[in-house]
Design a protein around this ligand. Structure first.
Ligand code: ATP
Length: 353
């Protein structure tokens, strides 16, 4: 069963009263039931976009937001059937856990016994039933965030909006809760929009990721798209380490100082060539390359540095023009600085810029 709403954002920009332009007018389609992550550096407009979808903020004139086709632009948050979770929890500190979770149901006029039963069910689902009668100020950060999530889900929203919900927690707990949230959102098949500046969180949780920059959308894609086929340098650098080789595209091959790379058809066609032509750059991630013996390779590099990490090793390589790249390889082969190595690139994980 899919109980999530499809969301359409059309021409929604936001300029605040003081003249700050937080969002340029943008379009975005969120599929019913998906988890969409808004990823980007501080100040890029993620929270503003989330607040427009929530109904906590109105878009500039001309913007429109629809849930399952129905225009909700003029509706306040309480009429949109959305649940929200914030980094700061925003719980009532001196109320019990179960009263916090039942709060939204009380506001909707549900009778006491019924709302407590429904809240207790959600607490069980989140595996914090034992905390029902505790006060919020007696809970750990991770427990508070579970309560905040339970409260958002208790009203059975069709959309859940999460703004950096794990940022206040320590690394181990963050990763653990991330897994729980992921499983929960998939099980409920609710539409979720999740704001974060943490790329690992975005890659792990998102069905799709919207990478934002300066109030605009830089790229929308699956985690694999965004990671392996970043739309531009900004996306490539924001979402991990990227190698860049300078060269030219000729006859379906990328030619560079270290040799050549055969291009897959979608990159070799003239239509795929970056604007301007002439010199282009080939982009790939450290793990998209495999080391092989030089005679078998189109690309040959010199080993500069090897960092042994147990199962894997990080190898810094230099091409004849002096450009450096970083490759991650299994640690089974011993590499000596100064040696020549061949490189083969996974055609599905390279891009041109
Ligand atoms: N109420 C407001 N009045 C004026 N400017 C605002 C207001 N709210 C946000 N801004 C500005 O709009 C821009 C986008 O802010 P927003 O909070 O959406 O960014 P963000 O990507 O969520 O950043 P962060 O991760 O730091 O929360 C910023 O320059 C911010 O200072």
């Amino acid at each position: 069963m899919n109980r999530g709403a499809a969301i359409t954002v059309s021409g929604c920009g936001k300029t605040f009263a003081d003249g700050t332009r937080a969002l340029a007018p943008l379009d975005l389609d969120v599929t019913a039931g998906e988890t969409l992550v808004l990823l980007g550096p501080s100040g890029c407009g993620k929270t503003t976009l989330l607040r427009l979808i929530a109904g906590l903020e109105a878009p500039d004139a001309g913007g429109q937001i629809r849930f399952d086709g129905a225009d909700v632009t003029a509706l306040p948050i309480e009429k949109r059937n959305v649940g929200m979770v914030f980094q700061s929890y925003a719980l009532f500190p001196n109320m019990s856990v179960i009263d916090n979770v039942a709060y939204g149901l009380r506001v909707r006029g549900m009778a006491k016994a019924a709302r407590r039963a429904q809240a207790a069910g959600v607490l069980e689902m989140m595996r914090i039933g034992a905390l029902a009668e505790r006060r919020i100020d007696q809970l750990s950060g991770g427990q508070r965030q579970r309560v905040a999530l339970a409260r958002a889900l208790a009203v059975e929203p069709r959309v859940i909006l999460l703004d950096e919900p794990l940022t206040a927690l320590d690394a181990a707990l963050r990763e653990h809760l991330r897994g729980e949230i992921d499983a929960l959102l998939k099980r409920l098949a609710i539409t979720a929009i999740y704001v974060t500046h943490d790329q690992a969180e975005a890659l792990a949780l998102g069905d799709r990721i919207v990478v934002m920059r300066n109030g605009a959308i830089a790229q929308v894609g699956t985690p694999r798209d965004v990671y392996f086929r970043p739309a531009d340098d900004f996306v490539a650098d924001f979402v991990g380490i990227t190698n860049r080789l300078a060269g030219t595209v000729t006859n379906g091959r990328f030619e560079t100082a270290a040799g050549f790379v055969p291009l897959p058809p979608d990159l070799a066609s003239p239509a795929a060539a970056p604007a301007g032509q002439g010199a282009v750059r080939l982009l790939f991630r450290p793990e998209a390359a495999r080391l092989i013996p030089p005679p078998e390779a189109g690309l040959v590099f010199e080993v500069m540095q090897v960092e042994f990490q147990g199962a894997r090793q990080k190898v810094t390589l230099k091409d004849p023009a002096g450009a450096r790249i970083l490759v991650e390889a299994p640690a089974d082969g011993v590499l000596a600085p100064g040696a020549a190595v061949g490189l083969i690139l996974d055609p599905a994980r390279i891009s041109l810029a």
